[in-house]
Design a protein around this ligand. Structure first.
Ligand code: HEM
Length: 198
């Protein structure tokens, strides 16, 4: 099914890097938004992350905390769709066999990390989505109401905890995965990174 069995297909490479970028940005946004004060003046114009690059105009006034929470939810729903596409790719394609130069433990560690990354990639947005659905506000996708809030604080607390724990495990596995990729690039100087390039 692959054009060349020694590297990933173009679609797999594009999805890998797009999802990697958005996942890392979502961690940063998640930490940023939870630090924002609960009581703050409402506004309609938001200079994104106070960078002076782009000002987002809204039709109605919201607090900065509300704005960034809604942005996190909207990107999270979009990310879940991209991840679903990626899982579909993985089910319908066999990834290229690992390089013959890998030691047995490297093959086991890389395979285990890849499987865990798929599981965590799904668990992270799904736990966030259930948490948001259980809360008062529900889920809006870039301003469009898609799911009403159940206002169930017990369910919300369970999934808030789940989202945080899954996040900590996800970040740990990502760090191991990135360190592995960099070891192959700079120490082993093999073709691992090229397999995940266009
Ligand atoms: C930003 C730094 C990252 C680098 C440098 C990197 C690098 C790589 C490379 C080189 C491969 C191919 C391994 C091989 O040849 O067998 C790979 C595979 C993979 N990466 Fe990453 N990655 C990064 C981030 C991420 C993130 C954030 C995720 C999860 C959201 C992720 C998920 C995966 C998965 C699941 C595979 C296995 C694909 C498969 O065989 O089905 N990566 N990565």
């Amino acid at each position: 099914m692959n054009q060349d069995s020694s590297r990933y297909t173009k679609l797999a490479v594009i999805l890998h890097w797009l999802i990697a970028l958005v996942v890392i940005a979502m961690f940063a946004l998640g930490w940023y938004m939870t630090e924002l004060p609960k009581e703050a003046a409402k506004q309609t114009a938001f200079d994104l992350f106070d960078l002076g690059v782009y000002t987002w105009q809204l039709a109605e006034e919201v607090s900065p905390r509300n704005f960034y929470f809604n942005l996190h939810k909207s990107i999270g729903v979009t990310l879940l769709a991209l991840i679903a596409l990626r899982v579909l790719w993985r089910i319908t394609h066999r990834p290229p066999a690992m390089l013959a130069s890998y030691k047995a433990w490297e093959k086991k560690l890389a395979t285990g990390a890849h499987h865990l990354l798929y599981l965590l990639m799904v668990a992270m947005p799904v736990s966030g989505l259930i948490m948001a659905m259980s809360g008062k506000y529900g889920v809006k996708w870039f301003g469009i109401d898609i799911i009403a809030g159940l206002d169930n604080s017990t369910l919300r607390d369970v999934f808030k905890e789940t989202h945080e724990i899954v996040g900590a495990i996800f970040l740990t596995v990502i760090i191991v995965h990135v360190l592995g990729a960099l070891k192959h690039k700079w120490i082993d100087k093999d073709g691992t990174m090229k397999r995940m390039s266009l």
